[in-house]
Ligand binder design. Structure first.
Ligand code: FES
Ligand SMILES: [Fe+2]
Length: 359
């Protein structure tokens, strides 16, 4: 199919001249980013993480809050995450220099007045089972107070994620463009999404969709989440709202005119490497508990299987998108769906263009 649009059509569909290569736009560091699950950093442990190629050591002291330091010893630059935690300090594994939550270092074999400079501290916070850091240079904004419905007892939450070998913007586009249900046809059966409209503001936008099932067959895993799509036109329709609130996303599903989400998903994507070709995804998938206790617990294995499969299909496809970008050396995408063009602009405006690649 010829996808070229003439200038009149381009104006109609709000096609910009796309001056920026979106895959060269870095995640803006002046935001909170997830760097570890809380359970990964036990008391008295130090764990390695990263943000866009910056190595970060996350420390959970025996008492008190988690803290995050540059993952390098100020002495000979070996990772502090190879060290050990005693009381409130992390000790480098080589000569035993130790660091506190302010990044100040203490060299055990020289006098108090001769202590060298320490390392950078990243503001850190913990919310609903995830450790966040603020990698930017501006003063940190208040940390997230909740992540979707993960802290709400009325919901049962599945927390999962992994390294995905693609730029974080592919993740945003994938979730927000529900026209990709074709990808999931073997898992979900045939689903026809219908775009209803969008809202947008400074740093955020959200899209509404409803769905129809031409063959009215719904897989069990999906109906456990949604309570079943309503195809009867006389009943209130189901509504899915997908939101990018830079740099995170949420998906809410409201069944049959309800005003409380039956499904609430929170997603965070943290670039791992300096080129930002990999991201670590953190997902809380929360399903509202039905009135009959225990039903959701019984259904959980089916629901887990179903959601794993859908997310795996998405992972494979976004990694193929990244591979195509890498092979082509530029963004050849021809995006024709105006809301996704708008999302690309939002991601581009709010991100930060990366330095030119080394030859
Ligand atoms: S390299 Fe860390 S104490 Fe020497
Ligand atoms: Fe998908």
């Amino acid at each position: 199919m010829d996808m070229e649009l003439d200038s009149a059509e381009a104006a109609e569909t709000n096609i910009s001249s796309a001056p920026v290569d979106l895959r060269r736009v870095g995640a803006h560091p002046d935001h909170w980013y997830p760097v570890a699950w809380s359970h990964e950093v036990k008391k008295g442990q130090v764990v390695a993480s990263s943000f866009a190629g910056e190595p970060i050591a996350i420390v959970r002291p025996q008492q008190g809050d988690v803290y995050a330091l540059e993952d390098r010893c100020a002495h000979r630059q070996v990772p502090l995450s190879k060290g050990s935690v005693k009381d409130c300090r992390v000790h480098c594994c080589y000569h035993g220099w130790s660091y506190d939550a302010s990044g100040k270092c203490d060299v055990p074999y020289i006098g108090k007045g001769k202590q060298p400079n320490g390392v950078r501290v990243y503001p850190s916070a913990e919310c609903d089972g995830i450790i966040f850091i603020w990698p930017g240079s501006l003063p940190a904004a208040p940390p997230p107070a909740s992540l979707g419905a993960a802290g709400d007892k009325a919901y049962k939450t599945r927390s999962f994620g992994r390294i995905v070998n693609c730029h974080y913007t592919f993740m945003h586009e994938n979730l927000m463009d529900m026209n990709h249900q074709f990808l999931h046809i073997r898992t979900t059966g045939k689903v026809t999404p219908r775009y209803l409209g969008r809202r947008a503001g400074e740093g955020w936008m959200e899209l509404d969709y409803t769905f129809a099932r031409p063959d009215s067959k719904q897989p069990l895993g999906e109906s456990l989440i949604t309570g079943g799509f309503r195809s009867d036109a006389s009943k209130p329709r189901d509504l899915m709202t997908i939101r990018t609130e830079y740099p995170h996303q949420t998906l809410r599903f409201f069944a049959g005119g309800g005003d409380v989400p039956a499904l609430y998903v929170w997603l965070g994507y943290t670039p791992v490497d300096v080129e930002q070709r990999k991201n670590r995804s953190f997902i809380h998938l929360s399903v509202r508990r039905p009135k009959i206790p225990g039903v959701l617990d019984l259904a959980w294995p089916v629901l887990t299987w179903f959601t794993n499969r859908v997310f795996e299909e998405d992972r494979i496809i976004v990694e193929l998108e990244q591979a195509a970008y890498d092979a082509q050396g530029a963004d050849w995408n021809q995006e024709v769906f105006p809301p996704i063009r708008e999302l690309r602009d939002l991601l581009s405006r709010n991100g930060r263009v990366m330095a030119a690649r080394q030859a």
